[in-house]
Design a protein around this ligand. Structure first.
Ligand SMILES: NC(=O)c1ccc[n+]([C@@H]2O[C@H](COP(=O)([O-])OP(=O)(O)OC[C@H]3O[C@@H](n4cnc5c(N)ncnc54)[C@H](OP(=O)(O)O)[C@@H]3O)[C@@H](O)[C@H]2O)c1
Length: 180
């Protein structure tokens, strides 16, 4: 049995996770004191993070560390190397990577995206849950998360949380994967 995989991501109401040139400013006003939208609690369940190379670079370029206290797999087709013990640049079939990952009971794999990596996982039906925070912003262009703008139909809404900032967080379960 493989670990559970959760796509945890924020999106504009018209379906974008970044505006042109990887700009994330549309999320700024939702970063408010004393409200992390459940992120800390989610991270406590996370055993490792899988992320696309472009998202990883974006976080570093913004001046932030990237989950230094977790095992991190950065998907890339390049031959990158690192000295860091808990960071692996990897170009491997995603299914075989997932099946090689050993986590503690109840720990989950956090799929951090971006859109390319989310598609890789979705194509293989490897996402078990989607926790998506939708902010009431319209970007009109940028990096679209779901190709037709909609969450795939096999994901069923489990919960919806509304926050005073206007952000709405939806929790979807993959009905095809209920036995994992
Ligand atoms: N709003 C949010 O919550 C949120 C979350 C995550 C990301 N983002 C934003 O989304 C944007 C990045 O998303 P993106 O879709 O452009 O890129 P991405 O998914 O982060 O990364 C794409 C890269 O992953 C590698 N890759 C893709 N498929 C692969 C495969 N099958 N095997 C191995 N490597 C593979 C390639 O790296 P190489 O080019 O190195 O080969 C590719 O260029 C950024 O602006 C980021 O800030 C937003």
């Amino acid at each position: 049995m493989r670990p559970k995989i959760i796509l945890y991501i924020a999106m504009s109401k018209d379906g974008y996770i970044a505006s042109e040139n990887d700009n994330l400013d549309f999320l700024n006003k939702y970063h408010i004191p004393n409200e992390d939208y459940g992120y800390t609690a989610f991270m406590e369940r996370v055993g490792c993070v899988i992320v696309g190379r472009r998202t990883y670079d974006k976080v570093l370029n913004m001046g932030f560390p990237y989950h230094e206290n977790k095992m991190v797999y950065v998907l890339t087709r390049d031959n990158k190397r690192t000295e860091k013990m808990n960071l692996i640049f990897i170009n491997q079939d995603i299914k075989s990577l997932i099946h090689s990952i050993q986590l503690e009971k109840d720990e989950v794999i956090y799929c951090d995206g971006g859109a390319e990596i989310a598609h890789v996982f979705l194509k293989e039906n490897l996402i078990d849950e989607i926790i998506i925070s939708i902010v009431p912003e319209v970007l009109r262009s940028g990096t679209e998360l779901f190709r037709n703008g909609e969450i795939p139909s096999n994901f069923k809404l489990e919960a919806k949380l509304e926050f005073s900032s206007g952000l709405i967080q939806y929790h979807f379960l993959n009905e095809y994967n209920q036995t994992v």
